[in-house]
Write a protein that binds this ligand. Structure first.
Ligand SMILES: [Fe+2]
Length: 284
């Protein structure tokens, strides 16, 4: 019995050390998306779910990797912060200040940001300051707004901000019909539409609405990934989320779900390394 306890103790220590080490690492995952609407090749970096994480002092390791990828745009589909920890706002802002020097930054909110729109929430004022500062340094915040990237021809970026009700714990709230039509501006027919949509649970709705490619986060890869099966648990505490991580196709459109670059609350990543997405947009 004592032997078993000693073995379990050492296995526990090894697990903690492995996880501490694992959480200092991230990788760059390359994806290519193709469309007849794309006239020439372009590059973008997608960062999701930073949650106040840092890789090196002032995120210098992250910034170096992003610079190496030489992106023409930086896309952020939400959750740069943790809503209850206002110190994460400073970390996010520090990163944004450096990102705008690399390429134009397009940001739409995830549940952690949207939650703080409510004036009765703790950190609401600090969050308002954070948003003002981000806009002041040139970050384009696209919550249910559209931006035509004229220097990249007909590439239109649209950010979706879903109401907080769509992040209920324990279940996926059915999406009301026409919610995307009501929230989002309609793009032009010939635009190549990039949708930034934090919550991947509604991937097929985004494709049906007409997004040529949708970038999502939110699931953090599901904390624990079982090789060959996928993720165990979403942050909304739903089991085996369908759109957990990777590239999916619906209605002939692409949906790419990031495992995220940070974690919060449960700092665990098993077979689920943090990632930046390096995207190539190619003509078909
Ligand atoms: Fe999230």
């Amino acid at each position: 019995m004592v032997k078993i306890l000693v073995i379990l103790f050492f296995l526990g220590i090894l697990f903690i050390l492995w996880q501490k080490w694992e959480l200092t690492k991230f990788e760059v995952t390359d994806y290519a998306v193709m469309s007849e609407k794309i006239k020439k090749a372009h590059r973008a970096i997608v960062i999701t779910d930073l949650h106040g994480f840092t890789y090196g002092k002032k995120n210098q390791h992250l910034l170096e990797k992003i610079k190496d990828c030489n992106p023409e745009m930086i896309l952020i589909p939400g959750d740069l912060i943790v809503s209850k920890y206002s110190d994460t706002f400073g970390t996010a802002l520090e990163l944004l200040k450096e990102l705008v020097k690399i390429a134009p930054v397009y940001y739409s909110f995830g549940n952690h940001e949207t939650r703080l729109r409510s004036p009765e929430k703790m950190n609401h004022c600090a969050f308002q300051n954070y948003v003002e500062e981000a806009e002041k340094i040139g970050v384009k915040i696209l919550n249910n707004k559209s931006f035509l990237v004229s220097e990249l021809e007909n590439i239109r970026i649209i950010g979706l901000e879903l109401p907080v009700g769509y992040y209920e714990k324990g279940r996926i709230v059915p999406m009301k019909s026409d919610v995307l039509e009501d929230l989002l501006p309609m793009p032009e027919k010939n635009d190549y539409v990039i949708l930034l949509a934090h919550n991947p649970a509604y991937a097929e709705y985004y494709a049906k609405w007409g997004a040529d490619v949708t970038f999502c986060g939110h699931n953090h890869g599901g904390l624990i990934r079982i090789p060959g099966i996928g993720s165990l648990l979403s942050p909304q505490l739903t089991l085996f989320p369908k759109y957990d991580a990777g590239k999916f196709q619906k209605e002939g459109k692409d949906i790419i779900v990031s495992r995220g670059i940070g974690t919060h609350t449960f700092h665990i990543r098993i077979f689920n390394r943090a990632e930046l997405l390096n995207i190539q947009f190619l003509p078909k």
